[in-house]
Design a binder for this molecule. Structure first.
Ligand SMILES: NC(=O)c1ccc[n+]([C@@H]2O[C@H](COP(=O)([O-])OP(=O)(O)OC[C@H]3O[C@@H](n4cnc5c(N)ncnc54)[C@H](O)[C@@H]3O)[C@@H](O)[C@H]2O)c1
Ligand SMILES: C[N+](C)(C)CCCC=O
Length: 393
């Protein structure tokens, strides 16, 4: 809730400074011309959002699009619409004019599909799975409609042998078990230097055993249930496929014994993973981490980049120069050094490759909803002189 409020406050400030940035001059090589820039709202925008962090993911789009001066149609996930409807109620309460923010609930193809194909929607900003992103891009292409896509991920966390093991273990846990792993940027592939791998895994299991798995309303809960039965079954299938492909379920992999009902899955650590396995290649979107060892820095980078996704990556090491080298070598839109997941509204958010394109948050989030117009003026009294004037009557 606090992150959503901070995001609205941040874009309210950017909206005010946007007026000051209008008419910024362009330097031209000819004195008889003057040119400046107008940044204008792109128009009516369709905002399609997922079920994880449902209010925050909507806020990352609603706040900058309204700050840019657009009118918006928000289509939240059918699995988590209520907080977005509450947002609509708040907008009425604070006097947002009717029609500026419109919220349509319903299933994806029926309620969301028309936003991509309708000629009166000028842009679609989408957050969700890569498969849906492809469908939206295909539909929008028929109208040559711009899209920005925030899609899935299979992000790596690389841990070198010069670290404080317990501190690194805690970041590794936060990177995959926070929000039950239902985080697009979750660091779901853990790469451990071979010298510390055994010790690291022993400590990771010890810390994982200590996680309180419970109803999130209980004090001290650090792992709740996953969103739906469908997601629960999907995650269990990923775990059983990993096992059948030859991986080892080092810890977890099942329903916690003390929770007889609800879609709870233990924090799960999978080892003996090869790069051809499904668990290495595909996004699980659950509390499941797969682990591989590496020997050298270049091997770590090669493994980290061995994915079609490119949302985030993280490295933990006490060698600052090595961290700098790795932050350049990772093919992702976000790199965390000595941590995983902390997110700030001022910094750009988004991915490369099949994690999508475009950036949310910061100034880049506002630019998503603005179009740039050049205004160029001829300011000489002299005629242009390109054509021969006809003889005067
Ligand atoms: N990159 C990011 O910033 C980010 C953030 C959060 C979630 N995600 C990704 O979102 C996914 C989980 O969310 P999900 O399961 O809700 O994704 P999803 O793709 O199933 O659904 C996302 C939204 O798209 C709608 N939709 C579905 N089909 C549609 C269609 N044909 N046309 C228009 N809209 C349609 C859904 O109703 C929902 O509102 C994960 O892959 C996760 O990585 C990415
Ligand atoms: C801000 N978090 C917690 C990293 C969530 C980002 C949105 C992706 O699921």
């Amino acid at each position: 809730m606090e992150d959503a409020a901070v995001c609205f406050e941040y874009y309210a400030d950017l909206a005010e400074s946007l007026d000051e940035k209008q008419r910024s001059p362009i330097s031209l090589p000819m004195e008889n011309f003057k040119s400046h820039i107008l940044k204008e709202p792109i128009g009516v925008v369709g905002l399609i959002t997922p079920w994880n962090y449902p209010l925050l993911m909507a806020t990352w789009k609603v706040a900058p699009s309204l700050a840019a001066g657009c009118t918006a149609v928000l289509k939240p996930s059918e699995l988590a619409s209520l907080t977005c409807l509450e947002l609509g109620a708040i907008c009425i309460e604070v006097g947002l004019p009717p029609g500026v923010l419109n919220i349509i609930t319903g299933l994806g193809p029926e309620a969301g599909g028309p936003l991509s194909s309708h000629p009166h929607v000028d842009k679609v900003a989408f957050t969700g799975s890569t498969e849906t992103g492809k469908r939206i891009m295909t539909a929008a292409a028929q109208m040559v409609k711009p899209v920005s896509l925030e899609l899935g991920g299979k992000s790596p966390l690389i841990v070198f042998d010069d670290v404080d093991i317990d501190k690194a273990v805690e970041w590794a846990m936060f990177g995959i078990f926070a929000n039950a792993g239902q985080v697009c940027s979750a660091t779901s592939r853990l790469l451990l230097h071979e010298k510390i791998a055994k010790q690291f895994l022993d400590r990771l299991v010890a810390w994982a055993k200590n996680i309180k798995v419970s109803d999130p309303l209980e004090e001290g809960c650090r792992l709740g249930s996953v969103v739906s039965e469908g997601q629960y079954e999907k995650i269990k299938k990923f775990i059983s496929t990993a096992r059948s492909e030859g991986a080892t379920i080092l810890y977890g992999g099942a329903r916690p014994q003390h929770l007889g009902r609800g879609f709870f899955i233990e924090p799960t650590i999978i080892t003996d993973v090869s790069t051809s396995m499904q668990i290495w290649r595909e996004e699980v979107f659950g509390p499941v981490v797969c682990v591989k060892e590496f020997r050298t820095e270049s091997e770590a980078v090669e493994l980290a980049n061995d994915t079609h996704y490119g949302l985030a990556g993280a490295v933990i090491s006490n060698d600052e120069e090595r961290c700098e080298r790795i932050s350049k070598a990772l093919h992702s839109g976000i790199v965390w050094i000595n941590c995983s997941q902390p997110t700030f509204v001022q910094a750009p958010w988004g991915g490369n490759k099949r994690s999508g394109f475009g950036r949310e948050l910061g100034q880049w989030g506002l630019d998503n909803y603005l179009t740039v117009k050049q205004v160029t003026k001829y300011c000489s009294d002299e005629p242009w002189g390109w054509y021969q004037p006809p003889s005067k009557l």
